[in-house]
Design a protein around this ligand. Structure first.
Ligand code: FMN
Length: 207
């Protein structure tokens, strides 16, 4: 017996702190996806959200390669995943690769904030997805060289994460016990005192 999708979703919500955006509490990274497809309209919405992230010099260095189930691009992205991720991510109806242009287009100099900006856009994407009742799961576990090759990514673009997108599925549908255990495990975070300082190592008084 494992937990149902609804029970796990309740368990994974971050503790509600008053005033924090509800989607921040709602977003978590599922590995079990249902068979339900993501509509074109919702797909457009998540990328629209990403589009409005801030970026250094408003470069908007992010590019997203999107593959929907049974497409060549979905197959290509899936083929690059490491074994652990292959064990679950293939059932996601959408796989996305995020990349970032590491060169500023206005003057050709290096954009050292390109990955930072891609991360920001990706966060917007994941939060919009959560607001739409979708789940996302970002992955660093893929063969970057293979992804660059099969997806024809230019050299000047750095590779970010692969993002699985879809509707949360039943934990029991995952391929093995290890994945089920991770799916139903509570989420963990460091306390604010380890993250926010007034001087290095001195926790800010936020309470
Ligand atoms: C950049 C990045 C890379 C990640 N890589 C993987 C991965 O390869 N495989 C995986 O199962 N989860 C991966 N994750 C998911 C994290 O493990 C997860 O976000 C973290 O445990 C926090 O859980 P939460 O997203 O549910 O809050 C990755 C997340 C990020 C942001």
């Amino acid at each position: 017996m494992t937990l149902s999708a609804i029970e796990v979703n309740n368990l994974k919500q971050a503790p509600a702190v008053q005033g924090v955006l509800p989607v921040v509490h709602q977003r978590w990274s599922a590995r079990s996806f249902s068979a339900r497809d993501v509509s074109q309209a919702d797909l457009a919405r998540v990328f629209e959200a990403a589009r409005w992230a801030a970026s250094s010099s408003n470069e908007q260095p992010w590019r997203f390669i999107v593959g929907v189930r049974n497409s060549l691009t979905h197959n290509k992205i899936f083929s690059t995943l490491v074994g652990f991720n292959k064990a679950w991510a293939g059932s996601a109806p959408v796989l996305i690769l995020g990349v970032a242009n590491t060169v500023f287009t206005h003057n050709g100099t290096p954009n050292t904030y390109a990955m930072y900006d891609l991360g920001a856009a990706s966060s917007y994407l994941t939060l919009e997805a959560a607001a739409l009742g979708l789940t996302t799961h970002q992955m660093a576990g893929y063969d970057h060289d293979a992804a660059r090759q099969v997806l024809d990514i230019p050299e000047s673009y750095a590779l970010g994460s692969v993002i699985a997108l879809g509707y949360q599925g039943e934990p029991a549908d995952l391929a093995n016990e290890q994945l089920i255990a991770r799916e139903i495990a509570p989420r963990e975070r460091k306390p604010l005192k380890e993250l926010v300082f007034t001087a290095w190592g001195e926790p800010a008084n936020l309470a």
